[in-house]
Design a protein around this ligand. Structure first.
Ligand code: FES
Length: 90
């Protein structure tokens, strides 16, 4: 794990109102586990980096996630995992 840039930059919001909304689960933890990296890390293969933002302007559609410039809103844990698994298999 390192600080290198990656093919896919995953961005999540850090505010509790945004990342604790899905059944009280920690959305950052869910995404980090799926990627196998911690926040602010890049995967060993250089494909994924997880960044944490203060606000991404999608407060009313939490949990939300950005993958590079693409926005995913009103996510569930399962929807987020599905998006990430599609990227992994691409
Ligand atoms: S405070 Fe989380 S997206 Fe705005």
């Amino acid at each position: 794990m390192n600080q290198m840039p990656a093919k896919y930059i995953i961005r999540l919001c850090s505010t509790p109102a945004c990342h604790k909304t899905y059944r009280g689960e920690d959305f950052i933890r869910i995404v980090a586990e799926e990627l196998g990296i911690k926040p602010r890390e890049t995967s060993a293969d250089g494909r994924f980096r997880l960044e944490i933002a203060d606000c991404m302007g999608m407060c009313f559609h939490a949990p939300s996630m950005m993958v590079n410039e693409e926005r995913y809103q009103d996510l569930t844990a399962d929807k987020a995992r599905q998006v990430l698994r599609q990227l992994k298999s691409a």
